[in-house]
Design a protein around this ligand. Structure first.
Ligand code: SF4
Length: 382
């Protein structure tokens, strides 16, 4: 296969010219045209998109990215923003640590760009290790940013590329020395006159032709180079990992109102997952208690107040990558004590129609929608 890399590059570039996704907004110049070979385009827009794409599909990312660029059109705007506003824009995309890392990186990048202005017209980092020193940027993301923005030969190896290479060489898994081999292949592929295009061609080809479950082998221009196809077994390369069943937890949540009709919310500790985001008080049910007892205990431990559970508002399941949570939400009656932040950064009393001004994890936004419906408030979900 190595001997035929140049042939495969030619086929892929031709296919890309005719069929590629030439409309992806962050891959275009500001005026909407396709950049010429060697021409640089804005690394800021590409960096944001690449981090969003780390765990999320392109069609989901596009509206978030557009909203982001409208709110923070430049690196300066982002670095000077409040972290809460950054988290708020990320709300619904999941994996919130990505938003926090983007925000941390924006300050480092701003320093870099300012220090570098005098001797580098492009100002932004052009080297892999510079990008990889930023929080949340790995080898694939760094390679993709540099090749997309500056048309420089930095290899990539995202899920699409791993799959194409694995099928071309009938590679069974993407770990250890096999992973190293796939990176070597990517480094060979990138040596063309069009590094930006070959990387994009690989990503588009994986998304449109050599797809995970139903590759279009019969019309694929790489048939004659593909060992998995010759073995009549493309979808088994690479072999799928057997998925472990997800642990399941039951979560009780309490909605506590004060006399003014405001609702109690608290902010997660920075050191916890989704640190800095807001939530309704509550927690994990133990095997010895009912969900009502869970809510009353958790609120006592979290806020130091005594509540009694009232009407159940909603129950629903929420799937995370590593676990499944079943939420039960009750409206609570506040009986005694004054709230204190015993297990959170701070708490706030907020009118229900203002809840969407705060960044909440996705599961909590379902609760807000149910509450708005219950109270007859128009749902102004962002
Ligand atoms: S022949 Fe099938 S498996 Fe091989 S590269 Fe083409 S689409 Fe993928």
């Amino acid at each position: 296969m190595i001997d035929s890399i140049q042939d495969i590059q030619k086929i892929l570039l031709k296919w890309f010219g005719e069929n590629g996704r030439h409309w992806i907004p962050w891959k275009l110049k500001k005026n909407g045209s396709i950049p010429r070979p060697g021409e640089s385009i804005s690394p800021y827009e590409i960096w944001i998109a690449e981090v969003m794409l780390q765990q999320t599909q392109l069609k989901v990312v596009i509206p978030y990215w557009e909203k982001w660029i409208k709110s923070f059109p430049s690196l300066n705007d982002l670095a000077e923003a409040k972290e809460q506003n950054v988290l708020l824009l990320w709300q619904g995309l999941g994996y919130y640590s990505r938003a926090k890392r983007i925000y941390q990186s924006s300050k480092l990048l701003l320093k870099f760009v300012e220090n570098n202005k005098s001797f580098n017209p492009l100002s932004w980092p052009l080297e892999m290790d510079q990008w990889m020193s930023l929080p949340g940027i790995g080898r694939n993301t760094a390679g993709s940013i540099i090749s997309s923005a500056f048309d420089l030969p930095t290899p990539i190896l995202d899920g699409n590329v791993k799959r194409i290479f694995s099928r071309l060489i009938a590679n069974e898994n993407t770990k250890g020395k096999n992973l190293k081999r796939l990176w070597e292949l990517s480094s060979l592929f990138i040596s063309t006159d069009s590094p930006r295009n070959i990387n994009q061609a690989l990503m588009d080809f994986g998304a449109m032709v050599c797809t995970p479950k139903k590759p279009n082998c019969f019309t694929c221009p790489l048939q004659n180079h593909c060992v998995a196809y010759m073995k009549y077994d493309p979808i088994n390369f690479p072999k799928k990992e057997v998925k472990k069943s997800k642990p399941h937890e039951e979560i009780g949540i309490g909605l506590i109102f004060n006399k003014s009709g405001e609702l109690l919310i608290d902010q997660r500790l920075e050191s916890s997952s989704m640190g800095g985001m807001w939530e309704f008080p509550g927690g994990k049910k133990t095997s010895e208690e009912t969900i009502e007892e869970t809510i009353e205990r958790e609120i006592r431990e979290e806020l130091g107040i005594i509540v009694r559970t009232g009407k159940r508002l909603i129950s629903f399941d929420h799937l995370y990558t590593h676990k499944k949570l079943s939420f039960t939400v009750h409206i609570c009656i506040w009986e005694s004590g004054q709230p204190q932040s015993l297990a959170s950064q701070k708490f706030l009393w907020v009118f229900p129609d203002q809840l969407f001004n705060f960044p909440f994890p996705a599961a909590n936004t379902k609760i807000i929608s149910a509450l708005h419906k219950h109270l007859g408030i128009e749902n102004k979900k962002p």
